[in-house]
Each structure stands twice: as structure tokens, then as C-alpha cells.
Design a protein around this ligand. Structure first.
Ligand code: M6R
Length: 608
């Protein structure tokens, strides 16, 4: 959610911190701040608003420091304000802290510290950390941090700087990602790789309960008891350009156009010339698959929508009952988890708190856990038993696009792999599906080559207050994703309805000019869908349909039809979502919205 950067070396810390925070701004963006050491003093600058506010103020002074920490915030405790922004300091500004996550027992700690005479300047949970460290500080910042974190309950990634020990930064991680970048005569801390990729590709990924003392020429890793640990250096293979806009106006549109490549990269390493599937990282045997009595697919937001397709494909090909649920609801629904359960968690970031909690619940109850994720080394990827990576490259825009299509494609691979092993699909049937998965990249590309009708559709709806998305079967799942995308970035109210449910209530909202986006890609539901479109059309709706090429009949029930290439019914979502992604993008641009950083949202939701 929030972003952390730390630097120690010979270069200008404030420039490196701002540069790194700019790469993390997508994680949270209602305020930003830095604390740097200069002339034996801790200088803290922090402001409500975008990073540019901080940057402008810093441009007016010359801080010239070589060590510091920075933060970009997405408010949880306390409104966005200068006071609530990080870093937070102790009373005499000798220790500063930035923090991602939530300290659950902060009220109790705050009361105790107040009784000790500590004065608080903010409403945040983070401020208790800086005062607690101060409380334990007896000339050794590492020891003080170690003692302080033992008192904390909740999730945290923390970076600490101290005026009295200017040669080091301290970093600690529990349930919120943190990495240490290894440089040459300089080292870094970051909550996410893009922040420091310009400076180094070699990083240590801290695990829960681990901490680091970072000096200019040395990094010491240890557990919170202070025992030294060894870790492998993780080498980042993707390049800086993948995290830049590359000539596009926004990350979102760049990422939409990256989908043909992302689909190819997700698929090609897993299918050989003989059309055999080899899922690196997934080690399920025939016997294990036969043992599963149920599958849970658990995720949030767009990843949840990908999980809905996973359900359809696994039920259809593998013949196992599947429940797809949103992670924030799942663990409170008394789920049946045992050693015969397969849980598949889906998460682009691999850090979503609710999804991670569901994974841990499944593991406690002896289920097998598989992860579909985009981020190598993420917490979810490390805690799952089996992992399939979507090789989509970094997704920066808050609105998820290429992660979604590659997650759906991954479900195609997972379902096929399980079905072939279990013997529920013949080779000929499997080959047909594999051909479809292989052609997905080119078909998506062809949709992206001609976007005129979608741009026109955006023109028709961008000034409306309500938009409805309707569909049946997996078209309804895509309708939900289209609706989420539109509301998320354009702030237009929208709702997705199962087309057959319209007449049980929602039809009452349809009046002259109401935009209805109708998904009509399912052959077996086509006629029924046409009737539902007629129902809304008869009430004056402005109907924009998405249908397979050749299904001309749909034109009689719609004002505009956006065609997608012919495709197997069960995989149509990978194509039909593309016009919906584009539609929401064009609408948001026309409304002047901040497409990549929609209000109130963050890319990675690491709090429950
Ligand atoms: O990183 P995750 O895939 O776990 O994130 C899940 C959701 O927060 C995410 O898909 C969210 O719904 C997107 N912003 C939607 O575009």
C-alpha cells in the first residue's frame, strides 16, 4: 500500500529517495516524506499530497545528505495530512521511522508511552514505533529496534535512521514486503523492486521476522533475536524500461497493449512443440489430484474475477467442485478445509493481506496451496506449495489489466494440466484447448489493432452517471470485471448483473439512454442473451454489445457491436475483456481522471 525507500552511500540521498518513491507512488499516494541526516541533524520533510508537493519543496533547499529514508503513504490510521505523513520521529528528532502495515496494538502502546510522558504529534499507529525505539535507546539503535518490535503486534515493514548512528540504517520485516538492494559503495532499502532497479539488480528479499543493518559497504542480516543469517542474493531479471511508460500517456494503456506479449510469455515456456504442458513450479501427481474433493479459489478484486474463470475451467475439465470466494469473506465463512482440499490463491502482487491470510488458514488446515502470482519472491509465492508465475512483467497502473488476462490463461494451463493427469480430457480435446490458448496472444493483438468502435462507445457513455454491464455464464464474470474497471478509474457508478436476473429487479433502473454493455459471446447462451438485450432495449437502453465475429444477429438488439475473433466459449473472457479495459480507459481519460492512480486506491493492499 505505502512505499518505503532507504539509502546510504556517497550520492545525494534525497534525490535517490525521491526517485525511488516516484517508482512506488502507485502503491499509495496521499502524502510523502523523507528524513535525511545532514550536519549531524535529522532533517524531516513531509507533506500531504502527491510526491510532487514534496519534490517542489525540496527543490527550494539544498539538503545534501548521503543517508536517509523516505515514504509514500496511503492513509489507514488518520487522515492524509502533513502530521500523519511519514517519517515519524521521536520527541527530540534523533530517530526517524517509516512504516508499511498496521500496528494492531498501537492504542495500548500509545497509552503506555503517554503515561511515560511521550507526546504524540499524529494520529498514526506508526508514531508509537519511533517513541518505543526512543524508549529503549541506550546508545545502540539496533538493540533498541529489536526491543521495540518485540512489543509490536500486526504487520510491518520498517526502516529506521538515527542521528547518533549515522553510518547505518535498520530494516525489519513482518508480513509486509521489504528488500535490501546491494550496491557498490552504497546500499538501499525498498518495499518493492522498481524503486531501486535503476541502481542495482541484486537484492536480498527479507522474510518475516528478519532484519538488516545496512551500512555503505556492508549489509548484516539477522533474525529478531539478533542471530546472524545467510541469504541468497536474488537477481532481478526484468529491465528498468518495463517499469517506465515507454511513450504511452499512462501505464494502464501501455499495460493493455502489452497483453499479447504477456500472454505469449506466460504460455510459451509451458507448452512444447508436441503440445505437452509442463508447469514449472507445480508438482501435482495424478494420485494427489484424484484425492482432492474440492478446490477453493481465493483472491480479491480483479484476481477474484480471474478465479471465477478458474472455477469454470476446473469444473469443466477436471470435474472437481470449485468454490471461488473473495479473500476478505472466505475465512469468516466457516470453510471446509482439510488435507483433501486444494486452495488456489490468485494475486498479482503476491502480497495482498486477505489473500495471504486465506493461504495461511489453508496451510494450517493441511490443504495443498497453489499460487498464481506475478511477482517472483513475493510472500504468497514463497508460502505456497506450488506456484505458477504469470510472466506479465511489472504492472504499475492500479487498474489491473495484463495481470488479469495472464491469470486467466494460467487457469487454462492449470485446468488442462490437472485434467490430462487425471484423465478427464482426451488428448484431442486437450489439444483443441491448447490451440486456443496459443492463439490468444494474436487474437488479443488483432482486437488492439482496431479500437475505433470502442473509442466511439467511450464518447457515448463518458458523461453518464450509471452504466450497467450484463452477461450470462462466464460473460457475467467478465461483466463484473468490466464494471469494476469502469468504476475504479472513471468514478462512474456501474453495476454488473446476470442478464437473466434483470427482470427480477434491476430492469426497473433502465430508462431512455441508460448505457448497457452487453456481453454476448457464449454460443450456448446466445439466444437467451439476445432476448435480455431486447428487454433493456425496449426500455430505451443504449446497448453496446461485445460478440464473436460472424454473430450478426446481435446487431438487431444493440446500438453498437464490438466484435472479437471467434474463440472457444469457455476461453472467450481472455478476448472479451479487452474492449472493456479500453472502454474504461478512454472514458476515464475523457473525464480527466488520474487513470494510473485512482482516488482512494492503492496497487498493493497489504492491510486487511
Ligand atoms: O495484487 P492482487 O492481485 O492480490 O490485488 C488484488 C486486487 O486488489 C486488485 O486486483 C484490484 O482489484 C485491482 N486494482 C483492480 O483493477
Amino acid at each position: 500500500m505505502c512505499g518505503i525507500v532507504g539509502y546510504i552511500g556517497d550520492n545525494k540521498a534525497e534525490n535517490i529517495l525521491i526517485d525511488g518513491l516516484a517508482k512506488l507512488e502507485y502503491r499509495g499516494y496521499d502524502s510523502a516524506g523523507i528524513a535525511v541526516l545532514r550536519d549531524s541533524k535529522l532533517v524531516i520533510r513531509k507533506y500531504k499530497g502527491r510526491l510532487s508537493v514534496l519534490e517542489e519543496k525540496l527543490n527550494k533547499e539544498n539538503l545534501s545528505s548521503n543517508v536517509g529514508i523516505g515514504h509514500t503513504r496511503w492513509a489507514t490510521h488518520g487522515e492524509p495530512s502533513d502530521a500523519n505523513s511519514h517519517p515519524h520521529a521521536n520527541g527530540n528528532d534523533t530517530i526517524a521511522v517509516v512504516h508499511n502495515g498496521i500496528i494492531e496494538n498501537f492504542m495500548e502502546l500509545r497509552e503506555q508511552l503517554e503515561e511515560e510522558g511521550y507526546k504524540f504529534k499524529s494520529e498514526t499507529d506508526t508514531e508509537v514505533i519511533s517513541h518505543l525505539i526512543d524508549y529503549y535507546y541506550k546508545g545502540d539503535i539496533l538493540e533498541a529496534v529489536r526491543r521495540a518490535i518485540k512489543r509490536l503486534e500486526g504487520a510491518y515493514a520498517i526502516a529506521v535512521t538515527s542521528k547518533d548512528e549515522p553510518d547505518k540504517l535498520i530494516a525489519v520485516r513482518k508480513d509486509s514486503p521489504l528488500i535490501i538492494g546491494i550496491g557498490n559503495n552504497e546500499n538501499f532499502i525498498a518495499s518493492d523492486i522498481p524503486a531501486i532497479l535503476k541502481y542495482t539488480r541484486n537484492v536480498y528479499i527479507l522474510d518475516d521476522g528478519e532484519m538488516a543493518v545496512i551500512k555503505k559497504n556492508e549489509i548484516e542480516l539477522m533474525n529478531i533475536e539478533g542471530d546472524k543469517i545467510d541469504k541468497e542474493v536474488f537477481n532481478v531479471t526484468w529491465d528498468v524500461e518495463s517499469a517506465e511508460k515507454g511513450g504511452y500517456d499512462h501505464f494502464m494503456i501501455k499495460e493493455i497493449y502489452e497483453q499479447p506479449k504477456a500472454l505469449k510469455e506466460t504460455l510459451s515456456p509451458r507448452i512444447n512443440d508436441k503440445k505437452e504442458i509442463n508447469l514449472d513450479g507445480i508438482n501435482l501427481t495424478k494420485e494427489e489430484i484424484e484425492k482432492f474433493s474440492r478446490v477453493y479459489i481465493i483472491a480479491c478484486g480483479t484476481a477474484y474475477h480471474a478465479g471465477l474463470l478458474g472455477k469454470s475451467l476446473i469444473q469443466k475439465y477436471v470435474k472437481i467442485p470449485v468454490i471461488t470466494d473473495v479473500a476478505s469473506e472466505f475465512r469468516y465463512s466457516d470453510p471446509f478445509i482439510d488435507e483433501n482440499t486444494l486452495m488456489i490463491v490468485v494475486s498479482q502482487s503476491g502480497e495482498t493481506a486477505d489473500t495471504l491470510a486465506a493461504l495461511r488458514l489453508a496451510k494450517e488446515n493441511k490443504a495443498r496451496v497453489m499460487a498464481v502470482t506475478n511477482v517472483v519472491g513475493s510472500t504468497i509465492s514463497r508460502e505456497a506449495d506450488d506456484v505458477i508465475y504469470t510472466w506479465a512483467g511489472p504492472e504499475i497502473a492500479v487498474a489491473s489489466t495484463k495481470a488479469y488476462t495472464t491469470q486467466m490463461l494460467s487457469f487454462g494451463l492449470i485446468a488442462l494440466d490437472m485434467a490430462i493427469k487425471k484423465g478427464t480430457l482426451s488428448k484431442a480435446e486437450a489439444d483443441k484447448v491448447i490451440d486456443e490458448l496459443i492463439s490468444a496472444s494474436d487474437k488479443v493483438k488483432s482486437i488492439l489493432e482496431d479500437v475505433k468502435l470502442t473509442e466511439e462507445a467511450a464518447e457515448e457513455i463518458y458523461n453518464k452517471e450509471n452504466v450497467f454491464f450484463i452477461g450470462r455464464g462466464i460473460d457475467y464474470d467478465v461483466a463484473r470485471e468490466g464494471s469494476l474497471k469502469l468504476k475504479e478509474i472513471s468514478y462512474i457508478h456501474s453495476e454488473a448483473i446476470q442478464a437473466g436476473e434483470l427482470k427480477h429487479g434491476t430492469l426497473a433502473l433502465i430508462e431512455k439512454g441508460t448505457p448497457v454493455i452487453a456481453l454476448a459471446t457464449q454460443d450456448k447462451l446466445y439466444d437467451k442473451m439476445l432476448s435480455n438485450m431486447k428487454e433493456v432495449k425496449a426500455r430505451g437502453a443504449h446497448v453496446i454489445a461485445v460478440a464473436k465475429k460472424g454473430n450478426k444477429e446481435v446487431e438487431k438488439s444493440a446500438d453498437k457491436v464490438i466484435y472479437i475473433p471467434d474463440v472457444l466459449d469457455e476461453l472467450a473472457s481472455i478476448l472479451s475483456v479487452i474492449p472493456l479495459q479500453l472502454l474504461s480507459y478512454y472514458v476515464a481519460v475523457k473525464r480527466g481522471c488520474d487513470v494510473d492512480k485512482p482516488r482512494n486506491l492503492a496497487k498493493s493492499v497489504t492491510v486487511e
